[in-house]
Design a protein around this ligand. Structure first.
Ligand code: CMC
Length: 434
């Protein structure tokens, strides 16, 4: 990656009686940054920013978010335009290469991905090692990490060609692994990929076909699946992406780095929120119970939060949530489930929360996870699979960010510091004296 930040003056910091000029840098759009790289050398002090609320960890050219305006761009293209007009593999190509493919490039790319979807037969034994009631995200963390055992010798991260093959393998094999995680949890035989189907059609079939009956792929549902993948494909330096970058900064095997990203994604504050949001809607159950839950969400002494609401960056409606809400209606329409009680609860909850002073003043809006659970539920996925689908789609973002980091000339191993508040040096006390 070619570094492109431009100098834009300096910021003066007064500390310990000294005045220090720190360079200010501009990107192509978005807030400027103060370059504090030299701070420690010049002052012997670190900056403290737990949760990274004011810290840019890298320069990137992949995804841009304007949280106040509710804007999300992949390589400059608005997310709603991509969701309406492109396919997931087109978006993968865009994220990885920086430009939309022409027809020949897209054909070639689709063909390459399609021909990497199978797993080594030995790979299936990893699934058998899990308890049959294992959470599919636990299965994903382990099995995706296990890919590194199959491709370690052929993944020289200094060779662009080998890195590219690793990205193809990850994007192609993720649906096969995710579908197997589902099949394993429901006790059904694995279904092999088929090359005559699109990425999303193939995934739905691998999840829902059984030996006794093939799965007839409904084009509206396949399109909805593809849109859901597009919406989740990347989201700049979120927790799991930063995890992948940090793991990769040591030069670790990329398949293992993606497994680290999956582990981070699992938590309910991040990718696990889609599962938590649907469980919450089920718990609320009916429109008349909503005020009780809204009251709990506002109570400082109650840890309950409205899942699928709020975001670290978006202080406006999450642009992905808008598309997801529309997709949700399309799926429920085609499945004749317009009266789905969960949708009624969600729509009423959204209405009440958007008018409530607590949510308005804290700028808490529905995020992507609010409507994704209802949609995935209608598509036939059990709740445990929701975060798996997020991981499947986010793999392209993780690997594109990993690739960008690997080729960034300023890249160094990630190594944050701390402010230490523990015991100062003291002498060891022998066991019989304690
Ligand atoms: N319900 C009730 N109150 C909330 C909520 C919520 N969902 N989210 C934030 N708040 C309150 C919070 O209590 C705090 O209040 P106060 O200032 O009085 O202490 C204030 O809003 C700011 O919250 P925060 O936790 O400091 O904000 P954050 O930026 O650290 O957290 C978040 C962002 C997404 C973790 C949080 O909004 C949350 O827990 N939401 C529910 C989980 C969720 O839906 N996560 C999915 C995120 S989108 C998918 C993804 O990209 O991973």
């Amino acid at each position: 990656m070619e570094n492109k930040t431009k100098p834009n003056g300096s910021a003066t910091l007064s500390v310990g009686g000294k005045s220090l000029d720190l360079p200010v840098l501009s990107g192509s759009v978005g807030p400027d940054v103060i370059d504090v790289k030299s701070l420690y050398a010049q002052t012997g002090m670190f900056t403290l920013d737990p949760g990274f609320t004011s810290t840019a960890s890298c320069e990137s050219q992949i995804t841009y978010i304007d949280g106040d305006e509710g804007v999300l761009l992949y390589r400059g293209y608005p997310i709603d335009q991509l969701a309406d007009n492109s396919s997931f593999l087109e978006v993968c190509y865009l994220l990885l290469n920086g430009e939309l493919p022409n027809a020949a490039e897209l054909d070639e790319y689709t063909n390459t991905i399609t021909h990497h979807t199978m797993l080594h037969t030995q790979f299936d034994r990893f699934f058998e090692g899990y308890r049959r009631d294992a959470h599919p995200m636990a299965v994903m963390v382990g099995t995706v990490g296990a890919l590194s055992a199959f491709y370690h010798d052929s993944t020289d991260i200094n060779d662009p060609m080998q890195r590219m093959i690793a990205t193809h393998r990850l994007i192609a094999k993720m649906p096969t692994i995710a579908a197997r995680a589902h099949k394993y949890s429901v006790g059904q035989p694995f279904v092999s990929p088929r090359n005559d189907l699109s990425y999303s059609e193939n995934f739905l079939r691998m999840c829902f076909a059984v030996p006794a009956e093939d799965y007839e792929v409904n084009p509206v549902l396949a399109k909805a699946m593809d849109k859901i993948f597009i919406l989740h494909a990347d989201h700049e330096q979120n927790a799991s992406t930063s995890t992948v970058r940090l793991a990769g900064s040591s030069g670790a095997n990329p398949f293992a780095c993606i497994a680290a990203g999956i582990a981070c994604l699992w938590g309910p504050s991040h990718g696990g929120a889609n599962e938590a949001a649907l469980n919450m809607l089920r718990e609320i159950g009916s429109v008349d119970k909503i005020p009780e839950y809204v009251k709990r969400a506002k109570d400082k002494d109650d840890p309950f939060r409205l899942m699928g609401f709020g975001h670290r960056v978006y202080k406006n409606y999450d642009p992905r949530a808008k598309v997801m809400q529309q997709t949700c209606h399309e799926v429920l329409d085609v499945l004749d489930k317009r009266d789905e009680p969960l949708l009624q609860v969600a729509m009423e909850l959204e209405k009440i929360a958007l008018e409530d002073e607590y949510f308005v003043s804290k700028k808490l809006y529905p995020n992507i996870d609010f409507y994704s659970g209802i949609t995935l539920n209608a598509l036939g996925f059990p709740t445990e699979m929701y975060t798996v689908l997020f991981a499947l789609a986010r793999t392209v973002g993780w690997i594109a960010q990993w690739e960008e980091m690997t080729t960034d000339p300023t890249q160094r191993i990630g190594r944050p510091r701390q402010v230490y508040t523990g015991a100062t040096e003291r002498n060891y006390v022998p066991l019989d004296k304690r």
